[in-house]
Design a protein around this ligand. Sequence first.
Ligand SMILES: Cc1cc2nc3c(=O)[nH]c(=O)nc-3n(C[C@H](O)[C@H](O)[C@H](O)COP(=O)(O)O)c2cc1C
Length: 202
Amino acid sequence: MNRRLFCSIFIAFFVNILFSGCTTHNAVMTFNKEADRTVQTGFEDLKAIVVYDSWSGNTKLIADEVASVLNCPSVHVDSAGECVMEDYDLIVVGSPVHGGMPTDKIDTFLSGLESVKASAVFVTYGAPLFGTLTANACLNSMEKKLHQTSLGRFKCNGFHKIFRTYPKHPDEEDKSEAARFAAGLMERFFYDDIQESKSLQK
Ligand SMILES: Cc1cc2nc3c(=O)[nH]c(=O)nc-3n(C[C@H](O)[C@H](O)[C@H](O)COP(=O)(O)O)c2cc1C
């Protein structure tokens, strides 16, 4: 075997390993039981909003799914200035991961938030190999700006236009996981009320 052929096989093998994880289903959600929750409102009165940025539509898909479960508006960050954020009981913020960070617009939006009652964050990400690490770093940086008010976080893959990884993501499974995340947020939000009504039923 000549050297050129050997190198080609080696590179093909490496690229295959690098991208082999990039087609699998990989949505992950976690909830924060310690979050501050300074709201007292009933199921029917919950006023929530989803604010997102999205360059190629992936994060918007998840934002719309979360908003449909929360029965609330899904607003692009460019239009968020038209809403008075202090009026909302729950603010859910979504961003694509860009270099391990949220987009500049989402970062600026988060920095400008005052007196958040309850929040949650989500990202879509698509980098091979270190994608999960960058998504976690991005979620950490978003939650840091929300000062202990985040009830939960969600991440799933989104087709990366440059690397061509995770084609067709977010897919139906990602969307149903996002819906489950939104339902989990409601449960988290009304946790004390649910516990109370359970103990009353006993
Ligand atoms: C400029 C740029 C930087 C990116 N940086 C990262 C990154 O650091 N980590 C990652 O996992 N994905 C990265 N991605 C991939 C996107 O986060 C991913 O494809 C996302 O789903 C795009 O969402 P959108 O369609 O809502 O813009 C990057 C994409 C672009 C265009």
